[in-house]
Design a protein around this ligand. Structure first.
Ligand code: SF4
Length: 236
């Protein structure tokens, strides 16, 4: 296990730590963004990430790695099956999620439930998490350093759940997961993988966006069909 007082550089330590977890290092967004994350990465690795679900939940609940801990009502860890084949990854808690401690509630959450039911899945059969576990003020986009600080928690959730597929909903989730600046419209419909090609990632629109742009539902249905096909092939 990598300890905080190791003499390795922040980047080398992070890579060694993630390699020890068997998790590929996500591609940094490059240039200034990469430089901005150094400090956050140092902070995020100052303590090892808990090895099991209970420990991880407890660690997240007490986390003060980024400034969002000051404004949150509570952390939003994630919900669902801890051995789910499908993992849904969104952006960050909104006001309602911050109040209730659960991701994807309210109208967007109901629409996500409908999306899942359309491919034969109940909400409790998948695991739902976010890039950030704490609500950014005024629902602004996560900052690079916040996402970097929080990343090890999501990586551990992915490792513990060991899903067969990740459905990245919305621009922020897709860009952070894939280390891309491309819009969802370009990322969806392409093949993406994490963990050295072992874990497929399907990108689609966020249900909150669909509430504003219902004509895009047809595209989401296409994305869900792609995800279902991937899962069906993995079961053969
Ligand atoms: S957003 Fe993540 S890193 Fe920041 S305080 Fe919350 S749990 Fe910690």
């Amino acid at each position: 296990m990598i300890q905080a007082n190791d003499k390795m550089s922040g980047d080398a330590r992070r890579r060694a730590y993630l390699n020890a977890l068997g998790i590929d290092v996500w591609v940094p967004r490059g240039g200034d963004a990469a430089a901005d994350t150094d400090e956050a990465e140092e902070a995020s690795l100052a303590q090892p990430v808990a090895a099991d679900w209970d420990g991880l939940r407890s660690q997240v609940a007490k986390c003060t790695l980024c400034s969002l801990h000051k404004s949150r009502t509570q952390t939003v860890f994630g919900v669902g099956s801890q051995s789910a084949d499908w993992m849904i990854v969104g952006e960050a808690p909104g006001a309602e999620e911050d109040r209730r401690g659960e991701p994807f509630v309210g109208r967007a959450g109901k629409l996500l439930d409908e999306m899942l039911r359309a491919v034969g899945l109940q909400r409790n059969a998948v695991f739902i998490a976010n890039i950030l576990k704490c609500r950014p003020p005024n629902n602004r986009d996560p900052l690079v350093e916040e996402a970097s600080s929080c990343r090890a928690y999501l990586e551990r959730q992915i490792e513990l759940a060991a899903p067969k597929l990740i459905l990245a909903v919305g621009r922020v989730a897709a860009q952070h997961l894939l280390g891309s600046d491309a819009p969802v419209g370009r990322l969806r419909g392409q093949k993406h993988y994490l963990n050295a090609g072992q874990l497929p990632v399907v990108v689609t629109y966020h249900p909150a966006y669909l509430l504003r742009s219902p004509t895009q539902k047809r595209k989401v249905w296409q994305d869900l069909c792609v995800a279902r096909q991937i899962m069906q092939r993995s079961d053969q």
